[in-house]
Design a protein around this ligand. Structure first.
Ligand code: DI6
Ligand code: FE
Length: 389
């Protein structure tokens, strides 16, 4: 196997020793500890490549309906912002989601989750944000947790109450933020439904001042934050994320160098979302060179959502990150493993193959890791282990 000395730390021939749900040894086959009990079960991967289980660290996977007709409108020339301003966009998904039962939400979302799982994904972040009232946001987060119980996958839930202003409060964004910070967020957090808190900082959504109010309450509740920042314009979203020591700042197409330096100082992960860039036919590239220059860790995710990224393939997101954003193979691989784990605050348990971490692996029918990035629409997964199972 090639590239034993590459940046991804490949080891060939390698061996992994698992006890319960944890890795106890990861390294060269020749250095496998001989002491102790012989393994109860030995699996010969026949020279296949093993990577950490993939992690999709930014999705809006749970919603009802779809926006194919809005896609057609955009093909005829309407812009995403124009459709949103006319009550379409996020609000059209909100209408179908509010009327969906928990069972319908599961029935529609499970195939999306299964598509990710089929590609070796072992942990996924799922945001709320298509309910925008307490009862529906709760149902979305409960559905996300339920999906995690139904499949062998770890689900990280994110409360995205500050996604859009709901129709019943149109023109009254500040009053809606009052509801988010006084009602929804404290209630859902106390019910144990929230692992982190997100917002959409954009002209068509919320201002930095409004997002800051959400982040202050999140911090008071000891919840980490993340932000949809600088996707369509530069409102200073990345800078705001850095001030609040966000786990991640996501999109970043319009971020300037000062914001990126702030992200570096804060240890915030940049999550790049090439599916949305592709689907909206954006031309403003995220500043990958600046992120590299300042040492900001870069993750790659699907942003799976009905409006801007109806994508349920993390492998395709890797290919898009390389093709569109000129990310290297090593960066794409780290972006869906090590850095994605960091973006979810789970780097102690996941994201690399190391003793002490959870035994989440993907086994691939490939000759070189570059194949995971290079192919388009082909899935070379051989098998997948989640917590040693
Ligand atoms: N993530 C989002 O939350 C928005 N864009 C993005 O990349 C809007 C999603 C939507 O239109 O439903
Ligand atoms: Fe998103």
């Amino acid at each position: 196997m090639a590239r034993t000395a590459s940046g991804i730390g490949a080891i060939a021939p390698g061996a992994l020793l698992v006890r319960g749900d944890r890795i106890v040894f990861a390294g060269a086959e020749a250095e496998m500890p001989a002491a102790g009990a012989r393994p109860r079960e030995e699996i010969d991967c026949e020279g296949r490549w093993i990577t950490p289980g993939l992690i999709d660290c930014h999705t809006h996977l749970v919603y009802a309906g779809n926006r194919a007709t809005e896609f057609e409108m955009r093909l005829r020339g309407a812009t995403y912002q124009e459709i949103a301003a006319k009550g379409g966009g996020i609000l059209s998904t909100l209408r179908s989601t509010r009327t969906a039962t928990a069972q319908q939400l599961i029935a529609e979302s499970l195939p999306r989750l299964d598509a990710l799982i089929a590609e070796g994904v072992t942990a996924v972040e799922i945001k709320s944000g298509y309910g925008l009232d307490l009862a529906t946001e709760r149902r979305l987060l409960q559905t996300a947790r339920e999906l995690g119980r139904m499949r062998n996958i770890h689900v990280h839930t994110t409360f995205l109450g500050a996604h859009a202003v709901p129709p019943e409060m149109a023109g009254n964004a500040d009053a809606y933020i009052d509801e988010v910070v006084r009602g929804m967020l404290p209630a859902l957090a106390s019910e144990g439904l929230v692992d982190s808190v997100d917002g959409f900082c954009e002209n068509i959504a919320f201002s930095p001042a409004q997002i800051a109010r959400v982040f202050e309450v999140a911090s008071a509740l000891r919840l980490r934050v993340r932000l949809h920042a600088d996707q369509l314009s530069n409102l200073g979203g990345a800078r705001l994320a850095a001030i609040h020591a966000a786990l991640s700042a996501d999109h970043l197409e319009h971020s300037d160098e000062a914001s990126i330096e702030a992200l570096a100082r804060a240890g915030t992960v940049a999550v790049l979302l090439p599916g949305a860039f592709y689907f909206l036919r954006e031309t403003k590239q995220p500043p990958v060179d600046l992120l590299r220059k300042h040492g900001v860790p870069m993750a790659v995710a699907t942003d799976s959502n009905p409006g801007t990224s109806p994508l349920t393939s993390l492998l395709l997101a890797m290919n898009m990150a390389a093709t569109q954003f000129r990310m290297t193979v090593e960066e794409c691989l780290a972006g869906v493993t090590r850095e994605a784990a960091r973006a979810l605050g789970m780097e102690n348990d996941r994201g690399t193959l190391e003793a002490g971490k959870l035994a989440d692996f993907a086994v691939w029918n490939i000759d070189d890791p570059a194949e995971l990035v290079y192919r388009i629409g082909f899935n070379p997964l051989h098998s997948r282990l989640w917590r040693g199972r």
